[in-house]
Write a protein that binds this ligand. Structure first.
Ligand SMILES: Nc1ncnc2c1ncn2[C@@H]1O[C@H](COP(=O)(O)OP(=O)(O)OP(=O)(O)O)[C@@H](O)[C@H]1O
Ligand SMILES: [Mg+2]
Length: 309
């Protein structure tokens, strides 16, 4: 296994030395990656670099981190980003309630020295609550954890700058305690729905891959793999219709997640093949805006035949 700069070591699953083999392993875990994505994941693992995945909703970004944690047999540590997220939610926090209790106990002691000892303990490890980034850095074990920093585009600039620091050296400085350094850098996966552009500096730390909607054949295969109750004909009809919906320039085009939901709904109704009435009855599991639904219904015949809207 190669050793890249600043002591980073790769974390490839056992028996994987090429991206093709990784693609097969991912498939074994229920994730179908095209060659480009499999190569990006392979390189991120081998070089020990964070992987930055961008793409529309439901194309399988988050799932990459989940599947990697299964494949590497290591915990998944997830940081869900949102507007206003800060160090307290992402890295660590002092447990004020317990600190207060500790002080009260100290006050019960008459001896000054004893009280001082209690006070000195206030800002030590026992009162620190680790949040996901610190958990990932502190993780001990032969295999590093998978650190998912999900929907990073929702966080603000300040937090992004902070992430940049962490992703550079996987160390965190806590003023009262000192610097905590990861023994092995976590397998970091960042995702973005591109609601805004993430800074170049952050991207530069990472390997970047844009996940597109899958093509028809791949989507049929994903449906067959993930919804075993759907037969080939139904899977193909649903995937064809979803591809048609995506070409309609809807406000919210369906992702793979919606394709799977739709198929599951149809299977639950005992459907063997798609028709206009079924599209109308089940459209809510794939198209979730009223205007989009109206457009889709107007084009349901062409969705069935795959002739485009
Ligand atoms: N290539 C794929 N192979 C197998 N399953 C997939 C694939 N792509 C997506 N899926 C499935 O589609 C669903 C949505 O995937 P996921 O949640 O990872 O999407 P996402 O890109 O993170 O979406 P969002 O931006 O909404 O968070 C999951 O159930 C996932 O398993
Ligand atoms: Mg996601």
């Amino acid at each position: 296994m190669s050793e890249a700069g600043n002591g980073r070591r790769g974390a490839l699953p056992p028996g994987v030395s090429r991206s093709l083999e990784l693609g097969e392993k991912l498939r074994g875990e229920g994730y179908l990656a095209d060659e480009g994505l499999a190569t990006a994941i392979f390189l991120a693992l081998k070089l020990g670099r964070p992987l930055f995945l961008e793409g529309e909703a439901g194309v399988g970004k988050t799932e990459v981190a989940k599947v990697l944690s299964r494949l590497l047999d290591t915990p998944l540590i997830r940081l869900q980003c949102y507007e206003g997220i800060d160090v307290h939610q992402a890295v660590y926090e002092w447990d004020y309630a317990r600190q207060l209790l500790h002080i009260r106990t100290a006050e019960a002691f008459g001896e000054r020295e004893e009280r001082q000892r209690f006070e000195d303990e206030l800002y030590t490890r026992q009162f620190l609550v680790s949040r996901p980034l610190l958990q990932a850095i502190e993780h001990e074990g032969a295999i590093p954890p998978v650190l998912l920093i999900d929907e990073v585009d929702r966080a603000d600039d300040e937090f992004e700058a902070f992430l940049l620091e962490i992703l550079s050296d996987f160390a965190i400085t806590i003023p009262e305690i000192g610097t905590v350094q990861a023994t092995r850098p976590p397998v970091a996966v960042l995702t973005s729905n591109r609601t805004r552009e993430v800074h170049d500096a952050l991207k530069r730390r990472c390997l970047y891959f844009y996940i597109d909607h899958p093509g028809l054949e791949r989507e049929v295969e994903i449906v067959r793999m993930r919804v075993p109750g759907a037969d080939e004909r139904l899977a193909r009809q649903v995937a064809t219709a979803v591809q048609g919906l995506r070409s309609m320039d809807l406000y919210k085009p369906p992702g793979v997640a919606e394709t799977l939901d739709w198929t599951e709904a149809l299977v639950a109704l005992g459907a063997k093949e798609l028709d206009e009435a079924l599209i109308e009855a089940t459209l809510g599991s794939v198209v979730k805006y009223r205007e989009d639904q109206q457009r889709a219904l107007g084009a349901s015949l062409s969705l069935l035949t795959g002739t485009g809207a």
